[in-house]
Design a protein around this ligand. Structure first.
Ligand SMILES: Nc1ncnc2c1ncn2[C@@H]1O[C@H](COP(=O)(O)OP(=O)(O)OP(=O)(O)O)[C@@H](O)[C@H]1O
Ligand SMILES: [Mg+2]
Length: 150
């Protein structure tokens, strides 16, 4: 039987039940543990191990708001608090895989372990919680506004 992935914003209690069905931890980062999801080899469950849920939220907001999502492992769903995040599972890469590839400049932490390969062989970021949101280029408001228009 394939276990169902809880929908976005499901209560943490629902994700806790789901987590119990994902016993195989594939990696441990400084802020998150990452688990295989039985029956879903294309996805992982990322669970915050710290008090703050910041890292998952940073990825959720980045994925939702970025205009070109092709550089990022897809975000599928997350718990109400953000402690749990279901993300596309990427395969491991070698340094040679990364050579000559591109990633958005605003991805702050460009260490190789933060990147992986999707099913089609495309290189994507799998840890994009650290951002460097440069203000440039700046948006220029018009030099004058028509007062009648809000
Ligand atoms: N989407 C994914 N697909 C495959 N493996 C992943 C994925 N996300 C994370 N991992 C694995 O789990 C490890 C830790 O995840 P991640 O880097 O997101 O956590 P972190 O706590 O932010 O780590 P750190 O701050 O130590 O870089 C990654 O280095 C990678 O090996
Ligand atoms: Mg990382």
């Amino acid at each position: 039987m394939t276990i169902a992935i809880p929908p976005t914003n499901a209560p943490d209690s629902v994700f806790e039940e789901f987590w119990l069905q994902c016993p195989l931890r594939i990696a441990r980062g400084t802020t998150r543990d990452v688990f295989e999801i039985p029956g879903h080899p294309d996805k992982v469950l990322k669970v915050l191990t710290r008090q703050s849920n910041f890292a998952n939220w940073a990825e959720i907001v980045t994925y939702i708001t970025t205009t070109d999502k092709s550089f990022f492992a897809e975000v599928y769903s997350w718990s109400w608090s953000g402690r749990f995040l279901v993300m596309e599972r990427l395969g491991p890469i070698t340094l040679q895989d990364l050579a000559g590839q591109k990633t958005p400049q605003f991805v702050n932490d460009k260490k190789p372990s933060n990147f992986g390969k999707d099913k089609a062989g495309r290189i994507k970021a799998l840890d994009y919680a650290a951002l460097d949101l440069s203000p440039h280029p700046l948006h220029h408001f018009p030099a004058s506004f028509d007062e009648a228009v809000e």
